[in-house]
Design a protein around this ligand. Structure first.
Ligand code: ATP
Length: 316
């Protein structure tokens, strides 16, 4: 069966778009519209392959999700959220979802191909990045987060593994499987609305409000953004520890070391982003939103309008 419910309120496992006003409704595609090539990577429920559109020759990343596996592990809701969140996005710094289709076994998401892999790989090999490179990637990530928030979504899993790089070494944020859709006129919101009790995201980048079981809002992405800037400048994330429990203790106690060698403006922006109270955190509405972050001296010289058309600084 193509639809399968796993419980009373679970959405059905079909990513077909039946609503003609939906951006993905037109130009429906099918499995045989593409030639499939190399495997780009594998996730817990998915395989990502290169797919070439037979009509245009254009290459995409095709994410193939195993339906039986998803249903068995109660991940239907997350797959639907990933599709719904991604389909709202239209930004050069975010992986675009072009089409979805299915066959008997699998669901397919046709996505922008980010051929240069994960920012994580470069951080691990090459960090500390110099200030200009850090500034460049931080600025692109900030613009992507701004767009995500403007489209009524909280990503909730911003980290270097989820920041992919295209041929020109510009970013493409991916992995909306932990996202939360926050605007009213969306039905997928579900039981998460009242405040998130369940753990989502990745231990090292989790915000203190989530650990306090406070409601999680857009500011959680700003916390993770602060962790990523720190990591690019130092090569390790600020709240690293051998176990998740110890990581959570450090986050709750705001226990991290600011390296002496960080430039003063970097120290300042990181400290403002790694603020426990989300209302006092840099980027919160009360503190001027994302614009205030763009105006911070750390970003002096960034050409916000043209950064995605500029040449990426060399990673060496
Ligand atoms: P999990 O589902 O276990 O959390 P994941 O989110 O990494 O893992 P996928 O989204 O299926 O799972 O991605 C699997 C791998 O494929 C990724 O690690 C990444 O390296 C690669 N990949 C994913 N999307 C793309 C893309 N658009 N372009 C290029 N490579 C991609």
């Amino acid at each position: 069966s193509l639809t399968h419910t796993t419980g009373g309120s679970e959405p059905t496992l079909s990513t077909e778009v039946d609503d003609p006003s939906h951006p993905l409704y037109h130009h429906r595609r099918i499995v045989s519209d593409f030639d499939y090539g190399d495997i780009l990577g594998e996730g817990s429920y998915s395989t990502v392959l290169i797919g070439k559109d037979k009509r245009t020759g254009k290459q995409y990343a095709v994410k193939r999700l195993d339906k039986a596996h998803i249903v068995k592990n109660n991940k239907v809701k997350y797959v639907m959220i990933e599709r719904d969140a991604l389909s709202r996005m239209n930004h050069p710094g975010i992986v675009k979802l072009y089409w979805t289709y299915k066959d008997n076994r699998s669901l397919y998401f046709v996505l922008d191909l980010a051929r240069s892999g994960e920012l994580y790989t470069y951080v691990r090999r090459l960090a500390p990045f110099d200030l200009d490179t850090t500034k460049f990637y931080a600025a692109e990530i900030l613009l992507a987060i701004e767009h995500i928030h403007e489209r009524g979504v909280i990503h909730r899993d911003i980290k270097p593994e989820n920041i992919l790089l295209d041929d020109n070494m510009h970013i493409k944020v991916t992995d909306f499987g932990s996202a939360k859709i926050i605007d009213e006129n969306n039905q997928q919101e579900g039981e998460d609305t009242a405040g998130t009790r369940s753990f989502v995201g990745t231990a090292e980048y989790v915000s203190p409000e989530l650990l306090r079981s406070d409601p999680v809002s857009k500011e959680a992405d700003m916390w993770a953004f602060g962790c990523v800037i720190y990591q690019m400048l130092s090569c390790k994330s600020p709240f690293k520890a051998p176990t998740d429990y110890l990581i959570f203790q450090k986050i709750k106690n705001l226990e991290y070391v600011m390296p002496d060698e960080f430039p003063p403006a970097a120290k300042d922006i990181i400290q403002k982003l790694l603020t426990s109270d989300p209302e006092q955190r840099f980027g919160s509405q009360a503190l001027g939103g994302i614009q205030a972050i763009k105006d911070h001296p750390f970003f002096d010289g960034v050409d916000w309008e043209n950064i995605f058309n500029s040449t990426a600084p060399p990673l060496k």
